[in-house]
Design a protein around this ligand. Structure first.
Ligand SMILES: Nc1nc2c(c(=O)[nH]1)N[C@H]1C(S)=C(S)[C@@H](COP(=O)(O)O)O[C@H]1N2
Ligand SMILES: [Mo]
Length: 413
């Protein structure tokens, strides 16, 4: 069908239901004028919700203290060493590296060498940052860097390595150490179309700021924030196959994947009868992808108890699909001169994202609720993943990532 056919058909339809259509168009236009704007696709670096440990926080250092901490591009150094750990019976032999990179020997990796690697191996992609223990996404960035496997290759032959452990600047105080790790396999192998672990030095096209973990930060695309160590300075290859992440100590699942989940924005708690109610939020596409986001609106008695996420009422709903924000005009969104074709997660010919929202990324959703009679209401939203599991399934344990079904209450007056 060509364009003139389409417009002739809509013209005829408009003629039949002209008055109703005109009224509906007016309502839509009025709603569009009052609808809250979607969240930006790229969160400005300073607007991410910050989750940083340390006293003082490393990003507050300036001048000589910042240089002494090796947190400027010129002073930055990364040590890569082998952990001598052995323990029978599970770890009979220690990891080795042919060429460790150390400060003591003057061989630690510096900024020019990292940039040199970047010229050959640089990758870019969008990823949402989300804390395993926080109910709201922290932000979404366009991250640029070099895969960890390319950096490790600088160390020559490795033996007896089962995990790669790493940490950032921690005020030279072991109590402040915050460390994380990935398995040898996760570091070296990437499934087709998937995203490698990498050392990021740009965010949204700009040098990575001290606030966001600059000059260099680890990014583990599929995971929650605790794997994406800021102010990266040490990597240790080890034959200790256990996961010794700092986050493991907090009873967290220390190998969690980002969870597919919808997160509901706050909104006004009183709305005038006759006004539309805008349900808005963001949906993260985790390991299992996003099929849709849906909402369930119900009347409640003022002050009544919240339903549990596994309450039988939730099975019935009715759950109604929300609208997902459309993919943006990438050329307009990306930094000047960037092409979506060059981003991982996009088709290298058409420049279209391979899924929407992007895997390990997020986008906004909305639903407009109209003609509500005065009274108390609650509305909840949930994601449904590509395997048809509705949130919080298939992985309801919250210590593997917060994905409880979020509820908003309001009153129509
Ligand atoms: N060095 C260091 N890296 C860190 C942290 C930290 O405290 N110190 N916090 C981690 C956690 S738990 C999260 S959720 C993310 C948050 O990233 P952001 O502050 O850029 O939003 O950073 C991670 N990287
Ligand atoms: Mo976190």
């Amino acid at each position: 069908m060509n364009e003139s056919n389409v417009s002739r058909r809509s013209f005829i339809r408009l003629g039949v239901i002209g008055a109703t259509a005109a009224r509906a168009a007016q309502t839509l236009a009025a709603d569009a004028a009052t609808a809250p704007a979607p969240h930006p696709i790229l969160t400005p670096a300073k607007d991410f919700t910050d989750v940083s440990r340390g006293k003082p926080k490393p990003f507050t250092l300036t001048g000589a203290a910042q240089i002494e901490a090796r947190l400027t591009a010129e002073s930055w150094r990364l040590e890569i060493t082998a952990d001598p750990f052995t323990e029978k019976p599970h770890t009979p032999a220690a990891a080795t590296l042919e060429k460790p990179l150390t400060l003591a020997a003057g061989t630690a990796l510096d900024w020019p060498t990292l940039m040199e690697l970047g010229r050959k191996h640089e990758v870019h992609f969008l990823k949402a940052m989300q804390c395993l223990n926080i109910q709201t996404p922290l932000g979404q960035g366009l991250w640029t860097g070099v895969p960890l496997r390319e950096v490790l290759k600088l160390c020559g032959k490795m033996t007896n390595v089962r995990r790669i452990s790493y940490s950032g600047f921690h005020n030279n105080d072991p109590q402040q150490l915050f460390k994380s790790s990935v398995s040898y396999t996760q570091c070296l192998e990437t499934a087709p179309g998937d995203l490698p672990i990498f050392l990021a030095y740009r965010l949204n096209g700009e040098p990575l700021s001290p606030l966001r973990g600059g000059p260099v930060r680890m990014i583990v695309p599929w995971s929650h924030g605790y794997k994406s160590i800021k102010w990266l300075q040490q990597i240790s290859v080890t034959n200790d196959a256990r996961n010794n992440d700092t986050y493991a100590e907090g009873n967290n699942d220390p190998d969690s994947y980002l969870k597919t989940a919808a997160y509901v924005d706050e909104g006004p708690d009183k709305i005038n009868a006759g006004d539309p109610v805008f349900l808005t939020g963001q949906v993260i596409s985790g390991l299992s992808g996003v099929k849709r986001v849906e909402y369930w609106l119900r009347r409640v008695d003022a002050g009544s108890a919240k339903l549990a996420d596994d309450a039988p009422e939730l099975l019935h709903g009715p759950w109604i699909p929300c609208q997902l924000e459309a993919p943006p005009n990438w050329t307009r969104l990306l930094p000047a001169g960037w092409k979506p074709q060059n981003l991982l997660g996009f088709d290298s010919v058409t420049g279209k994202p391979q899924s929407w929202p992007l895997r390990y990324g997020m986008c906004s959703f909305t639903a407009i609720l109209r003609d509500l009679k005065p009274g108390h209401y609650e509305v909840r939203a949930r994601s449904v993943d590509q395997n048809d599991f509705a949130q919080p399934e298939p992985r309801p344990a919250q210590k593997a990532g917060k994905n409880a079904i979020q509820v908003r209450r309001f009153q129509v007056v």
